[in-house]
Write a protein that binds this ligand. Sequence first.
Ligand SMILES: *[C@@H]1O[C@H](CO)[C@@H](O)[C@H](O)[C@H]1NC(C)=O
Ligand SMILES: *[C@@H]1O[C@H](CO)[C@@H](O)[C@H](O)[C@H]1NC(C)=O
Ligand SMILES: *[C@@H]1O[C@H](CO)[C@@H](O)[C@H](O)[C@H]1NC(C)=O
Ligand SMILES: *[C@@H]1O[C@H](CO)[C@@H](O)[C@H](O)[C@H]1NC(C)=O
Ligand SMILES: *[C@@H]1O[C@H](CO)[C@@H](O)[C@H](O)[C@H]1NC(C)=O
Length: 742
Amino acid sequence: MPLSEHFIGMHKVEKPCAKCVFCFGWISVNRSLLAKKIRWCAVSDPEQKKCAELAKALVAVLSPAAVAAFAKLSCIRASSTTDCIDRIRANRADIVTLDAGEVYSAVKQFGLVVVAKETYSDGACVLSVAVVRNNSLGIRSLRGLRSCHSGVRWTAGWSLPLGFLLSRNYLNWSQERPLSRDVSAFFSASCIPGARAMAPSLCALCQGQKSYVRQRNYHCETSHNEPFYNSQGALRCLRSGTGDVAFVDHLALESIKATDDYRLLCTDGTQAPLSQYRHCNLGRGPGGGVVTRFSLRKIARKFLVTVQMLFGKRGRETKRFQLFNSSSYGQNDLLFKDLTNKLAVLPDDTDVSQLLGLDYVALLKGLGHEGRSLDDSVVRWCCISHAEMKKCELWALSIKSDPLVCVRAVSIRNCIEKIKRDEVDAVSLDATHTFFAGKCGLVPVVTEYYGTECEAADRSTHWEADVLPSVVGVAVAKRSSKKILMGNLKGGRSCHGHLYSPAGWLLPHRHTLTPEHNSSIPCDPNQAYSEVFWKGCLPGSDGNLCKVCMGGSEEAATKRCADNHNERYYGNMGALRCVVGDPSGKSYGDVAFLEQHNLKANILSLSSTGWAEGWMPSDFELLCSDGRRAPLSEWESCNLGVIPPNTVMTRPVLTARVYDFLIKSQETFAANSDAEFKLFESLQYGESDLLFKDATQCFVHTSHMDYRAILGDEFYIHAETVFNCTHSDILDFCNQDICSVL
Ligand SMILES: *[C@@H]1O[C@H](CO)[C@@H](O)[C@H](O)[C@H]1NC(C)=O
Ligand SMILES: *[C@@H]1O[C@H](CO)[C@@H](O)[C@H](O)[C@H]1NC(C)=O
Ligand SMILES: *[C@@H]1O[C@H](CO)[C@@H](O)[C@H](O)[C@H]1NC(C)=O
Ligand SMILES: *[C@@H]1O[C@H](CO)[C@@H](O)[C@H](O)[C@H]1NC(C)=O
Ligand SMILES: *[C@@H]1O[C@H](CO)[C@@H](O)[C@H](O)[C@H]1NC(C)=O
């Protein structure tokens, strides 16, 4: 190989090349890079002092060569964390630790990179807590109080508490103006370091020195020179009587836990002692992270690994210097939080949403961290099929509220993922998927109401029902196929609404399907069905349980077994078509597991939806769990179990907006009962239960409820039992935990 080519290879591609001479040249280039001094950005004199001690300690314990190679530290004095970000961008400082909310801005808006995150004794996250001294205050009565916050846009002092207050509608955000305006109207006065440019009242309680010279102004700055800066400062603000409530992270409680003067405000309106912070908090989010410029990321990591090895919790040289201890400098949390256990140094390709978590990133977007955009007033609804898109687009044309945008996903589980990723906002979910979404951190907005009486005639008022009517799951066979009975289904062909559907997947498996399964039912329903049935159609699964499926054609073209209505045998209508069989007579099932509601209407509409002619309800029978058969009308005594109603779920910060949108929508249609578009009808699109169940009469307000309460204990425990032994990708996705320390 000619030398020149080799040379290019090394410098452009940077391949490791053990045998070649020029490598030495490369290493020395690398070395000179490493020899660069690291400039830590300090926001106060005590922090500057601690940094200088660290620099001295490095020189004292490392060989001169090692210091020269990668551990030469200098300290740059800045006036605030924002000043630090500016300086690092401008190559006038190199590295700083920031709260996760600031990390997000530093990365997304200013192009910096995160190289490490702080981890604490109980994980890498912080809990946001609201601390008070007055025992007559509650989380619902914060309006008009004086508030102290760790910092603006900080996780525990701003994003989590405001996200919580918005999700409960305790705080009104008009959305036409920045959130900070409504926050300043909500509290009578505050100290929120970093908020000076937003509104004067947000800094009214702060006590730092004021000056027109930027470097000498400490008032309301994110610097220890502002006495009420960070969680410790916010507690000082509370302790001094300046504020009535302090929003801080749970780590700060350590410093006040010895006194009985303080209480936490819980989300249910009660108060609790400080020790109860795990149960009484406003949410959990990522802790601090260390940021630098992209070009310095490698050397910064190396530096952090070294100082931690020497001066971390179990460092070799902690007698000389302690990285996570600020007590000698008269302040808390200098350079790092004092309760840091360890810095987790991050791999090169760490994405910021991976690091901070999808929930947190979606929350920050929801709070307008990236500025406002037109999208903010739009509600994006998740649709899973051609038919749902058609219905949704008509819905969008017919409403007189915020604009609706219809977004296509491939399955209901994909909708949950898209909501988490902030690609879509809301969807109505069956009970099993409500369970998934709840595990995923989404929250209820409204629940579909199947009763006959919707309280408010005009459907515009806020309504909470005492009882949420359920639906039941049934097994249906053609009357003519007499041998098909529950308990005797071995080798049969089955039709199931779709994978994880309550009636099609979750319930049947609880019953005796074959004599062999009398004593030992496999715990995983997928396994039970593939052992019992010869073949079937369970949209969303694979193998033999896809063989009876049909797929879709034309505009709704899809391959067989797709997990949406494009598959002709998907859902309640689909399972019915499946047991009727296709016109060619090739693809049919012996038994269909589906929901009882609207069954007769679906049978009578088979021909109008372009399927089979002439079927009547009397052509079908129910299979009871005791082996009897019964006419369809006897569903109350012959069913496979009750199913909690469908619920609209969204990200917490959007609940008030989605609720408002749905109620306005419902009001428009109720006011105009002969309007062409009907929210709760689907047959005109040739399907059933598009976007909402056709049995829905109106929406019930459930934003104040936990998803577990909506599902009920019996269903919840059943679902949990099944998913404790059944793998599902969606729960893997939902269980990704940014808080665990790896
Ligand atoms: C406690 O809060 C209540 C309600 O805001 C107020 O009326 C009362 O004066 C407060 N008590 C003290 C000691 O601040
Ligand atoms: C929030 O705003 C709505 C109207 O936008 C108003 O009816 C309601 O009273 C407000 N709530 C509070 C607590 O101010
Ligand atoms: C922090 O340092 C002080 C003084 O050097 C020492 O007394 C204290 O025990 C240290 N704290 C911890 C948690 O190690
Ligand atoms: C199930 O087994 C029990 C005893 O093991 C027996 O009494 C019962 O009849 C069986 N049921 C069915 C449906 O085979
Ligand atoms: C499911 O597993 C979890 C974790 O092992 C356990 O805490 C829970 O009690 C189990 N639930 C049921 C219903 O078995």
